[in-house]
Design a protein around this ligand. Sequence first.
Ligand code: 1GP
Length: 246
Amino acid sequence: MSTLERRVKEARKEKRKLLWVLMDPDKQEPEKAGEFACTCEKEGVDLILVGTSLMMEERFHETIRVLKDLASLPVYIFPASSQQVSRDADGILFLSLVSGRNPQFLIEEHVRAAPLIRKAGLDAVPTAYLLIDSGKVTAVHYMSHTLPLPRDKEDIIAAHAMAAEMLGMKMIYLEGGSGAREAVPGALIKAVRSSVEIPVICGGGIDTPEKARLAVEAGADIIVVGTAFERDNRAGHIQAFREALG
Ligand code: 1GP
């Protein structure tokens, strides 16, 4: 079992919901990201994900280094491609875009990344990534050349989650896409939660503490927030999300 799975398992046993923050190296300087990580740590954030759908700046590695230097939170890569592997991170969500049918994100990038991940000694967590339609074309929808799952087709989405669990994946990531207009609906989170045993991560468009609360009440174990903290990264704002998770 990976280190991250063990941590999440413990939290679930204690009925503690987790708050993960997504940092995009394209959107801020490494030093700023480092300062923000320190605030996150003080406010009870559990983990930092680092990822970007394009990598327009050359500061992916530098950002991870600074985050690890300045804060002691675990830093995991949330990769968009096999080029996003850094030996300074603690681990990586080894994502399969199972909502789509593009072999590049079902096996191709994995084959390219696997030797690099092994060499870097990263904690790799096989994670099923399910992109859910959120009312607009998001970066991941466009860049991955895959169709998101229709948000009202709970049975089809639950079947994807079941298949991922049967294939041995260790977490489900229900994703509305960064900056999604609408977060993943509670009824859908419930449907997935009741279909699988493995932890459910939920992100995309969770831009208020209320939305975070609704997602965990519906059964999400982990909430990922990115855009809302890019807009306002003050301690009080993070605290409000933390409190919403109970
Ligand atoms: C994106 O789920 C994450 O992959 C975070 O989404 O930026 O909308 O918070 P937001």
